[in-house]
Design a protein around this ligand. Structure first.
Ligand code: HAM
Length: 460
């Protein structure tokens, strides 16, 4: 061993390797197909944003913002340089010597910015909606696929870099963005998508978390109910009981659960319009044949939600059983300085979706249809020509090497899972007729060059 230790992927991140990547691509292709059918269009926003964007949307008191974000000052070293220079100057003053460098000016610090790797993408998409004045386009239906970052404790189905398939429907109220029909369409889309992917046994948990007016009354009721019991709860809950009582429901501490179980329920605090909206969502879902379970404890761990909130859970996932979550966020645009733009969306945890699929899916691998085995000096050239011709016919071709003996080529073809091996030796090139062997049956035929592609395709 040398003194250099091996560098591994950072805790909570992972490499996605073949053959698993084939499953990821299969999922993404199916998802894109479904989004097309529902007239959603792709949006790609940056992987990092200003920290304030998440603080103001997801909420300061949420676990995501309070504990899990990857945040840094940009430019990254300036703040440290300021602290170092400050330390050196004060130490020099104390010791009565000349400081070794100058104090970094406060003005230069004013140019720094706090940036954060996105922990979710709704905030970024709504920011983009406002920045590009997309209300001019009426109702916008966006989707995006990409990595998110949360510094959570890693476990099966929970990573620090994970992937979300996100969809958002957002627009001015005049475009129908507030309609319960939007909520129902999103939920029906999800049911279709999961069914199409072959994910069985999902449960749609549905709730309404009310509008800001309801929230004021409900928060007050929660505050009151928490007052006598909060001192017995964890320190996070004690703080939340005062600052943002709704977030008490995010608590995972087992001892707090019996207390949380007895807290007032949001379903009793919905005003007339929210109750009506929620009823209409349910009616459309029933008409469309999408099964759901009402769960008035589901408040979701992000502050921007209003009215409809939901999660799809899946039995095979264990503790991290939420395969996706979402809801309405009718006031989010305003809180980010935009115009009224009600919206609803969801994010699927793609890592979890792939995990759930792995339990049931048959392989979606693609394997080479033909392995070309060049035999002897000068045959790499001929093999390259043949490979090019066959690939033009859309065949998946793997190429050997002229230095391989025939036995080694057979082994490589078998390992690659090829259906045929095509032998390219001097005789074959001279006669322009090649030995094509079906690996599973051992059957071998001689095929003229012009017929090769057809022959391979017709026996697939
Ligand atoms: P979320 O519930 O925080 O919602 O995340 C959505 C999904 O992302 C979760 O249900 C889960 O499948 C997956 N997920 C979250 N954290 C992790 C992790 N550490 N490792 C693996 N998967 C994870 C949102 O992010 C909202 N932006 C959803 C939304 C869109 N609401 C409206 N529009």
């Amino acid at each position: 061993m040398t003194g250099n230790c091996m560098i591994k992927a950072v805790r909570g991140t992972r490499d996605l390797l073949p053959p698993d990547t084939a499953l990821w691509n299969f999922v993404e292709a199916a998802v894109r197909d479904v989004f097309r059918a529902y007239n959603f269009h792709e949006i790609r926003t940056p992987i990092f944003e200003e920290t304030q964007l998440f603080a103001r949307s997801v909420g300061e008191e949420t676990d995501i913002v309070a504990k899990e974000m990857y945040t840094w000052e940009d430019p990254p070293r300036l703040l440290q340089e300021y602290i170092d220079s400050y330390r050196e100057v004060t130490a020099a003053l104390r010791e009565g010597r000349q400081p070794s460098g100058k104090l970094v000016s406060l003005e230069s610090l004013a140019g720094t910015q706090s940036l954060t790797l996105r922990p979710e993408n709704t905030a970024g998409i709504v920011r983009a909606y406002i920045e590009h004045k997309m209300w001019n386009r009426g109702l916008n239906k966006f989707y995006s696929i990409g990595p998110m970052f949360r510094r959570e404790r890693p476990q099966k189905g929970r990573y620090r870099q994970f992937y979300q398939i996100d969809a958002e429907v957002i627009g001015p109220p005049s475009a129908g963005s507030e309609s319960p029909a939007r909520d129902a369409e999103i939920l029906e889309l999800l049911a279709t998508l999961l069914d199409r992917l072959g994910i069985k046994d999902w449960t749609l948990q549905l709730n309404s978390v009310g509008c800001p007016n309801d929230r004021v009354v409900y928060n007050e009721a929660l505050r009151k109910a928490l007052e006598p019991v909060a001192p017995k709860m964890c320190s996070d809950c004690q703080r939340r009981a005062v600052t943002n009582p709704l977030r008490v429901f995010d608590c995972k501490v087992p001892e707090d659960q019996p207390i949380i179980e007895k807290l007032p329920r949001i379903s009793h605090y919905l005003d007339e319009s929210c109750r009506k909206h929620f009823e209409q969502v349910q009616e459309i879902l029933k008409a469309a044949g999408v099964p759901f379970t009402l769960n008035d404890r589901l408040v979701r761990g992000l502050d921007y939600y209003t009215r409809t909130a939901f999660e799809f859970t899946h039995g095979a996932l264990g503790a991290q059983n939420a395969i996706l979550g979402g809801g309405r966020y009718d006031g989010l645009s305003e809180s980010l300085g935009g115009p009224s733009a009600p919206g609803i969306g969801f994010a699927i945890g793609e890592d979890r979706l792939v995990l759930a699929l792995k339990e049931s899916a048959e392989a979606v691998q693609h394997k080479p249809e033909v392995y070309i085995a060049p035999l002897g000096p000068g045959m790499d050239r001929e093999a390259a020509r043949l490979a090019r011709e066959l690939r033009h016919h859309d065949l998946v071709v793997e190429l050997g090497d002229e230095t391989f003996r025939l036995k080694k080529s057979f082994e490589a073809a078998t390992r690659a899972g090829a259906r045929f091996i095509l032998i390219v030796g001097e005789n074959e090139v001279k006669t322009d007729t090649f030995a094509l062997k079906h690996l599973a049956s051992g059957e071998q035929v001689s095929v003229p060059r012009a017929e090769l592609a057809l022959r391979i395709q017709s026996t697939l």
